[in-house]
Design a protein around this ligand. Structure first.
Ligand code: FES
Ligand code: FES
Length: 166
């Protein structure tokens, strides 16, 4: 008779984009895989899986983090933000997303969720960042489509608008 082993997965619960979620994860399951496979939140993309490309970037406790370098069990009890949380409840794009659309800052979109989360992180810490500060953040992401010009134009527009409000 087939003897099934004990389920050794851990229950992981945290706040995702303002709401409670939970699921089961092996001890070494990556947060990126947990988001996509266990929770069905596929807006967070997975590219290199070793911290280089930036596609998997989310925010944990208000800081941009590579979710492919984070274990799901490490997220227990924390606040996680992903690209799914950027638009309003009615689906309206936020200012950064709107600028991305306007400046054609994406083509295939594979890098986009990660870039948006890193720029969101920058704008929350530095509402009106300099070009150099934006370049520093965007430089942490690999985009194989856009040549980065549209991404920079979108981010600079949002930075300029924030500066104009001061
Ligand atoms: S998939 Fe995480 S940095 Fe590339
Ligand atoms: S839009 Fe295709 S990788 Fe950036």
């Amino acid at each position: 008779m087939l003897k099934l082993g004990k389920d050794t997965r851990h229950k992981v619960s945290f706040t995702l984009n303002g709401g409670p979620v939970s699921g089961l994860a092996d001890a070494r399951m990556l947060l990126s895989d947990f988001l996509r496979q266990e929770l069905g939140e596929t807006g967070t993309h997975v590219g290199c899986e070793h911290g280089v490309c930036g596609a998997c970037t989310v925010r944990i406790e208000g800081r941009a983090v590579r979710s492919c370098l984070t274990l799901a069990v490490q997220a227990e009890g924390l606040e996680i933000e992903t690209v799914e949380g950027l638009a309003g409840e009615d689906g309206a794009l936020n200012a950064l997303q709107t600028a991305f659309r306007k400046h054609h800052a994406l083509q295939c979109g594979y890098c986009t969720s990660g870039v948006l989360m890193s720029l969101t992180d920058l704008f929350q810490r530095t509402p009106s960042p300099s070009r150099a500060e934006i370049e520093d953040v965007v430089g942490g992401h690999i985009c194989r489509c856009t040549g980065y010009a549209g991404i920079m134009a979108a981010a600079l527009e949002v930075a300029g608008a924030a500066g104009a409000e001061k």
